[in-house]
Structures are given as C-alpha cells and as structure tokens.
Design a protein. Structure first.
Length: 94
C-alpha cells in the first residue's frame, strides 16, 4: 500500500479549506497518524481545497454515510463496499 493524504492543521473545522501537509501512507501506523487531523486525498493549488484548484490524487476516497435512509436494513455496509470493489486495494478508516 502506498498513497498520499493531505492533512490540515485542525480537526472537525467545517470551514477549513487548507491542507498543507503531505503524508505518504505506507502502513497502518502512518494511516492512523494522518487521519488524526482533517484530511483529503487530493493535492490542490496553494493547498486550498476546491474543484478549480484540483491538481491530482493517487487514490479514491468514499464515504459510507447512508444518508439515504433511516432504516438500518437499507444501509450499505463497509463490507458490501469491499465486495463491490473486490479487485481494488482498500484501506478503511472508521
């Protein structure tokens, strides 16, 4: 496993758009360290997150929020996501 996350200098700040720190994720320890702060999986011009500033990404990130239903029987589980994407390398942060 090897991919890059870009971290903020804050946590749970909905107004933050700056992700100045590049973190190379190579193992469980580096992943755990990176996700302690707000993070994104894309590099942006001037480190400012926006569609217009997108430069590149070396991985895909997905949320499994299940906002479509209040019924747990309708929810998509992380395991179901893995089954759908079985041929990809998947890292899970929960």
């Amino acid at each position: 496993m090897k991919f890059t996350l870009y971290t903020a200098t804050c946590r749970e700040n909905a107004k933050n758009i700056k992700y100045p720190n590049d973190v190379e994720v190579i193992d469980e320890e580096s992943l755990k360290s990176a996700v302690q702060s707000d993070h994104v999986s894309a590099k942006f011009t001037d480190d400012k997150r926006s569609n217009a500033n997108f430069i590149e990404s070396d991985c895909l990130m997905f949320d499994c929020d299940n906002r479509h239903s209040e019924n747990p029987e309708d929810w998509v589980t992380p395991l179901e996501c893995i089954e759908l994407l079985q041929y990809l390398t998947i890292m899970m942060e929960h």
